[in-house]
Design a binder for this molecule. Structure first.
Ligand code: BJW
Length: 281
């Protein structure tokens, strides 16, 4: 089989990346498995996961695509195909048009509240609960679907859609429970504006969360990179940190991503199908 070929298997496509010149072949499949490389590669990754003391998972918007949540950069329905990220996901955009940005997030809050975690979210949660302390789940997603599926200790790099925070440093009068309704709501005393508790472009990630994520990818034996384009930093850098630290890195994505070159293997397919196949006990 030609390296780099896409292989249909059980409705999924598995993509074998040729080894980099300076590395041993990541897949030394037994002869029988080599006849079914898609299945073999899945089996090999299952084995790695089964024997790993610690695995880490980095997820992006694609993991929620099959729940009906749009991604950011995929197709004409994705957010950044419809809106300018600097307008909608930056502090400057919010200050310029607070009502427009607030309404967009309010709409997204309603949409996310109406959808359900999918089989991919559930597979991750189930594995973590069955193997306590062996998985760290790091997500760029703000939708809360991992948490709703039951995943413990999710590290949310880009904040949480359903949370509010103050635009300016809160004063004694600023009480989120006592905000004046509005678009956006305000502090009734000082007029401080409420904003969504997400991380916009140009803003720092929550320091403790970032440090925990970095530590997890540095100590993991396997990193699954699921449903992310790998376009946004520093989150995307976690895959390369893991690789440099010696982890086996596997990308799960139906399309090429900017992190494929950091991966030992790329499993091409939707995460709601691949994750259950990979993690089911
Ligand atoms: C499927 C699927 C299925 C489809 N199954 N898969 C280094 C280099 C260059 C730039 C920078 C750098 N360091 C920092 C920067 C600047 C910036 C940045 O990265 N810019 C790049 C875009 C160029 N980063 C920042 O500003 C960050 N802050 C920071 O670095 O602070 C320090 C600093 C301070 C001051 C100045 C400079 C630096 C903050 C980044 C915050 C990102 N925020 C957003 C919005 C969150 C709020 C909201 O939701 O509205 O986070 S942007 C958006 O992108 C969101 C996502 O979390 C993030 C990542 O997107 P993701 O998840 O990868 O989604 P997509 O759509 O891109 O990809 C979806 C994937 O799913 C695709 O691959 C599909 O194929 C796949 N898929 N169906 C599995 N069924």
């Amino acid at each position: 089989m030609r390296p780099g070929a896409a292989l249909p298997h059980n409705g999924l496509l598995f993509f074998l990346r040729p080894p980099m010149p300076d590395e041993p072949s990541p897949t030394s499949l037994p002869a029988a498995a080599a006849e079914l490389p898609g299945q073999g590669e899945l089996h090999e990754l299952r084995e790695r996961i089964a024997h790993a003391a610690h695995i880490a998972v980095l997820t992006g918007a694609g993991v929620s695509a099959e729940s009906g949540v749009p991604t950011f950069r995929d197709d004409k329905n994705s957010y950044w195909a419809q809106f300018n990220p600097q307008d909608m996901a930056s502090e400057a955009g919010f200050r310029a048009h607070p009502q427009r940005v607030w309404q967009w997030y309010a709409h997204r809050r309603e949409a996310v509240a109406a959808v359900q975690p999918n089989a991919g979210h559930h597979a991750l949660a189930q594995w973590a609960l069955q193997h306590p302390g062996r998985m760290t789940l790091v997500t760029q997603n703000v939708d809360g679907l991992h948490q709703r599926a039951g995943s413990p200790g999710v590290l949310c790099l880009h904040g949480e859609l359903m949370r509010d925070r103050w635009l300016e440093r809160p004063r004694a009068c600023c009480d989120l429970a006592g905000q004046n309704p509005g678009e956006p709501p305000q502090c009734p005393v000082c007029g401080n504006l409420v904003r969504p508790g997400v991380v916009w472009f140009g803003e720092s990630l929550p320091m403790g969360v970032w440090q925990a994520a970095e530590a997890a990818v540095q100590r993991c034996e396997v990193l699954l990179v699921v449903g992310t384009s790998g376009a946004v930093y520093p989150a995307a850098g976690l895959a390369r940190i893991a690789r440099r630290a010696g982890a086996h890195v596997a990308v799960i994505n139906p399309a090429p991503s900017e992190l494929d070159d950091a991966a030992h293997q790329c499993l091409r397919g939707p995460s709601a199908q691949i994750l259950p196949a990979l993690l089911a006990g």
